[in-house]
Design a protein around this ligand. Sequence first.
Ligand code: ADP
Length: 240
Amino acid sequence: MIELENVTKVYRMGRVQVPALQGVSLSVQQGEMLSIMGPSGSGKSTLMNVLGCLDVPTSGRYVLQGAEVGRLGDDRLAEIRNRKIGFVFQTYNLLPRLTALANVELPLLYGNGHDARKRALGALERVGLGHRARHRPAELSGGEQQRVGIARALVKNPSILLADEPTGNLDSRSSYEILVILQRLNREEGLTVVIVTHEADIAAHTKRVVSMRDGRVVRDEPVKEPRQAASDGQGMERGQ
Ligand code: ADP
């Protein structure tokens, strides 16, 4: 589903060139759940931006479900991004004046708004927040706000979820609640989930860990026994 071949990304800052990705090759199959780890500045966000079609490689090939992304114009790129990819952010990026329901509905308003409310409610139910639909973000816990963020990412039924430090602002209990949801979406709905994290404990809940350094993939290994986040949000169990 995702195929990167020797992808580079060079940012130009005045006369200086910053090589953010230096020949990344990576393939991800549909239904995988993987994490991308690495120190700050190693190129994780740049890689996420390329994977998410927010940016195109300087050189190399990126093929997403058969389409070569580097060759697409901005309009086609935006269309692919809207149709195939859901983004989850560390800081949730919810609009404070809108209810949870209206936040989740937002991505639908630009297209065909038909039955948007029903679909938004459906997405909130997928993350177990149907009963909080009318609350504003300030009335929700951090973990609940991130679940709204996930519902918003899901509302257009993407095939890939890209989550950049999705638990970075959360305590461990809320982090496990988020992991429970991401693992369930992956297991039961076959959603491809890519998580950027610098916490080894979060990565241990995914099935594969890709480690980056200086714009390169330095390790790419399966996780032998991915941890299962417990649904009560407390601790975790080895298993399955
Ligand atoms: P990470 O997410 O692992 O912290 P980044 O992908 O943000 O790493 O950054 C990789 C390198 O590219 C860093 O040296 C960073 O300073 C540089 N970089 C990232 N984005 C830009 C940009 N928009 N303009 C210039 N340099 C950038």
